[in-house]
Every structure is written in structure tokens, then in C-alpha cells.
Design a protein around this ligand. Structure first.
Ligand code: SF4
Length: 335
């Protein structure tokens, strides 16, 4: 891996929510990186900490009750956590350098303003240009993300568009502001399957043609396997496995990843193939055990797993495929 190509380098990030019921360890010593022109996926169930990790990168965690209390978020070498969340530096980075798009675009778009008004406002916040120029850039951005008749669409209100088109509008805003990194948090969850594929194809094209980097946060491992170069799997606030998409698909090394893969529908389904859900539920992040948090659901859990401390990530192939499991897998099957 060429270190110079790393755009975002998150190191040992820790974020907790301090509630009357106790500390909720949402992000626990999470490290990951994203290179230029790369699609990286962060995959896990609801409550795994994947979205809070990205909110922490953007310093959008509500404080209190949330608090980022450890780690570094290096974006092009500068530690974003050195800036206060409402500082001018962070405001300049959000939108202009790093854009975030969410599952339901209506939560990001204001229903009482036209799409054109909203795009031009964001463009003018980050670029010195006239309203007319911002309108032109906004129209071009809508066109670049495949929205037909962009001049007319600029005059539409968000409710006049489909969910897929609204998601494209958010991607267009990121494109118009020339953001280097787009963080897409469950970008396709509210969409039908065909539109999901279209949005993912669009993200892929943005990486290839516009030389952006993208982090896709999703609970749906099947969605990203065609698009992401690398995958991080999160469980109970920690990364439990990371590697190239091929590593994760063909040689999963953590039983949780193996479970996720078994629960993904396959195109080449054979007779007798069944979708196997992961039994049980994610743990309560206020009461994490001192051992592997996946143990209560893990089909391979043994006495050793409950006696040893929480497993650290270690390389399973001597290279860049890591897993946090006490037991060594061989080709996806444990010894
Ligand atoms: Fe399962 Fe044990 Fe590995 Fe945890 S450490 S994932 S319980 S085998």
C-alpha cells in the first residue's frame, strides 16, 4: 500500500455516549483508512457503531451525550479532531472536502426550498461565485449524476422527486462542491433494488471519472461486494475483520463475517441452499463483556473465548487481511 495515497486515516477512534444508564461504547478503538480513488465499505448490523464512526469523523456527534475521547482522524495529514466541531476549519472541511449523504435524503434536503436553491446555497457557502454561476454549476452537477432535464429539476421541490432522484441530488451537491471524500451512510436502504444498483453504479462512476473516494456504510454486505475494493466489518463498536473484498468474500476469517456471508442471497442459488440468519441479537453496548463480544452468538465459541480478553486484530495471511478472533481460520474454515 502506498502511504502517500491515503486520504483519510482514522486511528484508534473512541466515541461513547454517556447516558443515565451508563456509558455506551459506540466506537471502541477503531482504525481504518481510505485511499484516493477507492471505495471502502464499512459493514455491520444496526448498533455496530459503523454510523457513529462516520459521524465522529465529521465531528457531528451530538455532545452531550456523545463524546469523542480518543484517537485521530487524519484527513490529508491534518488531524480533524484537533478542531472544535463548530470551528471555521471544520465547517470548511464539511461539504467542501468531505461530504456525507444519508439513508433518507429528505432528512438532508429542506422540503420548503427548491433543489436549485439548496444546491446553489451550498455551492456559494464553499465557493466564491455569483448566484448565476452557482446555478449553472448546480445544473451541471445534476446533469453529471444522471438526472434528466436538470434545468427543470433545479426548480423542483424535493417532494416532487423519487427517493432515488433525491439521493442523486445529494450526490450532486457533493460533486458540485468538489468534495474529495464522500461518506455514504446506508445510501440505498430506502430504495428499491433496481434503484439501489443505479445509485451504487453512480458512486462507482464518480470514483472512476471524477477521482473521488467513497466510504459506503451499510448493513448489506451483498450490496457492496461488486463495488468496494476493501471492506471493514464492524461488531459491537469494533472492527472485527478487514481486507480486500476478495479476502472477505472468499476467505472470511471471523465467524461474524462468515455469518453475514451466509445471510446474503446469492444469484447462483442451488437447490437446497438456504439463507442462514445469525442467531441472537447484537450486544448491549453499555454492558460489553471483557471477552469477545460475539461469543454469545458465535457457533465456534469455546471456553478459551470466554477466558481470554477481547481479541485484537491480527493479520491472518501475513499481509493486509486482519481478523479479531482467537481461533485461526484456514480458507474460511476454522482449524
Ligand atoms: Fe467466536 Fe471465539 Fe472467535 Fe469470538 S474469539 S469470534 S467467540 S471463535
Amino acid at each position: 500500500m502506498d502511504e502517500n495515497k491515503i486520504l483519510l486515516d482514522v486511528k484508534h477512534l473512541c466515541t461513547s455516549f454517556f447516558t443515565p444508564a451508563g456509558e455506551v461504547k459506540a466506537v471502541n478503538d477503531v482504525s481504518y483508512y481510505v485511499c484516493e480513488q477507492e471505495i471502502v465499505a464499512v459493514v455491520g448490523e444496526s448498533g455496530s457503531g459503523k454510523s457513529v464512526t462516520q459521524m465522529s469523523v465529521m465531528q457531528l456527534v451530538q455532545t452531550p451525550p456523545g463524546r469523542i475521547f480518543g484517537g485521530k482522524v487524519l484527513f490529508e495529514g491534518q488531524n480533524l479532531l484537533a478542531y472544535k466541531p463548530n470551528s471555521k476549519q471544520m465547517q470548511a472541511i464539511r461539504g467542501a472536502q468531505i461530504a456525507m449523504i444519508f439513508q433518507e435524503p429528505m432528512t438532508s434536503l429542506n422540503p420548503v426550498y427548491t433543489v436549485g436553491n439548496q444546491i446553489t446555497e451550498v455551492i456559494r457557502r464553499h465557493k466564491k461565485c455569483s448566484r448565476r454561476e452557482a446555478w449553472r454549476l448546480g445544473t451541471a452537477a445534476l446533469d453529471s449524476v444522471g438526472i434528466p432535464d436538470p434545468e427543470t429539476r433545479m426548480k423542483n421541490y424535493p417532494f416532487e422527486m423519487s427517493g432515488g432522484m433525491r439521493q442523486r441530488v445529494l450526490i450532486a451537491i457533493a460533486v458540485a462542491c468538489n468534495s474529495k471524500l464522500i461518506i455514504a451512510d446506508e445510501p440505498t436502504t430506502a430504495l428499491d433494488v433496481t434503484t439501489q444498483a443505479q445509485v451504487m453504479e453512480l458512486l462507482l462512476r464518480i470514483v472512476q471519472d471524477m477521482k473521488k473516494s467513497i466510504v459506503v456504510v451499510t448493513h448489506n454486505l451483498g450490496l457492496v461486494t461488486r463495488y468496494a475494493q476493501r471492506i471493514y466489518v464492524m461488531y459491537a463498536g469494533r472492527i472485527v475483520e478487514s481486507g480486500t473484498t476478495e479476502d472477505i468474500l472468499t476467505r472470511p476469517a471471523h465467524p461474524y463475517t462468515m455469518g453475514l456471508l451466509k445471510s446474503v442471497p446469492k444469484l447462483e442459488k442451488r437447490e437446497g441452499d438456504k439463507l442462514v440468519p445469525i442467531e441472537g441479537a447484537p450486544p448491549n453496548l453499555s454492558y460489553l463483556p471483557g471477552y469477545c463480544a460475539f461469543a454469545p452468538r458465535c457457533p465456534y465459541a469455546c471456553q478459551e473465548c470466554r477466558e481470554k480478553p477481547v481479541p485484537e486484530l491480527h493479520s491472518v495471511d501475513g499481509k493486509l487481511h486482519f481478523a479479531a478472533c482467537h481461533l485461526d481460520p484456514i480458507g474460511g474454515v476454522r482449524k
